[in-house]
Design a protein around this ligand. Structure first.
Ligand SMILES: Cc1ncc(COP(=O)(O)O)c(C=O)c1O
Length: 317
């Protein structure tokens, strides 16, 4: 979906042609990757003729937290986030009806070397939006990477800052070289953390297990939603605890979840096949998650509390 950008994007408060949104090659964002960002999905709801932007509030709240954690100036951050909130609706309407979209609201430092003092820093913001590909249903082949997730004492996993994603470059290459789809990273204490874009869940004898935030995972919004769905709609216990590497290989089922991946079964890890892929729990949680995203109605009964921050953008078409 990223190969074919649409003609329009949103930049510093207005819609602009895609090619117009540029910064200098020596800018702070280009040099040190000083940008905080979110990945959002807007699901097209044909019956309602509108897009449902899943958990917009939660994503913008996390964007503000990322900005705070890398010390972006507070007042300017708040101004840009208010603009971004409106910008999401403007861009969704501009890109058009009848398709699912993936959106990247981003806040960046244009000028100011390692800048943090408000008078020294110039912030910019943009939203890039792409028609979303349907998520593949094929179970994923994963490896456990030889690279580690950065600890909270380096660049915290709680911060979605562009520069931090360099730590996923080599794991992704490692996976590709080994013919796999995705790399699972361990943390510096050698227990399971996450992938470069998704939380890891295992199912063991009817209990669902996922690493806690303290084990080096992003506070994933899909992770929170999936935990809620499992406990309420599906009625299974979910335990947040450390997972030793070997437990990956003996789980009944394993799946990844994140905004981009939605809920995806893991088929193999380091060449060992999972007992079931997708297993019954993975299938149930995937169905429940996608139904909540597609059918959620502004926090109404159909969505339980899952899409309570859903923002609806009616199509103009
Ligand atoms: C490192 C990392 N982990 C997990 C996730 C999943 O987070 P979310 O469910 O909020 O999309 C993402 C995606 O943003 C990510 O970049």
């Amino acid at each position: 979906m990223f190969d074919t950008p649409p003609s329009v994007m949103w930049w510093n408060g207005r819609l602009v042609p895609w090619a117009a949104a540029t910064v200098h090659v020596t800018s702070e964002v280009a040099t040190r990757g000083t940008n905080v960002f979110e990945g959002l999905r807007a699901y097209w709801q044909p019956g309602e003729r509108r897009h449902a932007v899943v958990h917009l509030d939660a994503h913008l709240e996390r964007l503000a937290q990322s900005a705070r954690l890398i010390r972006l100036p507070e007042a300017a951050t708040a101004e840009h986030i208010a603009l971004l909130r409106t910008g999401v609706g403007e861009l969704v309407r501009a890109i058009g009806a009848a398709q699912d979209l993936y959106l990247r609201p981003t806040l960046y430092i244009e000028q100011g070397r390692y800048g943090w003092r408000p008078e020294k820093v110039k912030l910019g913001s943009y939203i890039a939006g792409y028609p979303a590909d349907p998520t593949p249903t094929r179970p994923m082949d994963c490896i456990v990477s030889s690279w580690r997730r950065t600890p909270d004492t380096a660049v915290s996993p709680l911060i979605k800052v562009g520069a931090a994603y360099q730590a996923f470059r080599l794991p992704r290459i490692e996976a590709e070289v080994q013919g796999a789809d995705e790399a699972i990273l361990l943390n510096t204490r050698d227990t399971v953390a996450e992938t470069g874009g998704a939380a890891v869940f295992l199912v063991r004898s009817g209990t669902v297990v996922t690493p806690p935030l303290a084990d080096g995972v992003l506070d994933s919004i899909t992770r929170r939603t999936v935990i809620g769905l499992l406990r309420t709609s599906i009625g299974l216990p979910v335990i947040e605890r450390s997972i030793p590497r070997s437990e990956l290989y003996i789980a009944d089922e394993a799946f990844l979840c994140g905004t981009l991946d939605e809920v995806r079964a893991i088929g193999t890890i380091d060449g060992l096949s999972m007992a079931a892929a997708p297993g019954p729990v993975t299938a149930a949680v995937r169905d429940a998650y996608l139904a909540a995203c597609r059918e959620g109605k502004d926090g109404g009964p159909a969505s339980l509390h899952l899409i309570d921050t859903l923002e609806a953008h009616r199509a103009t078409a």
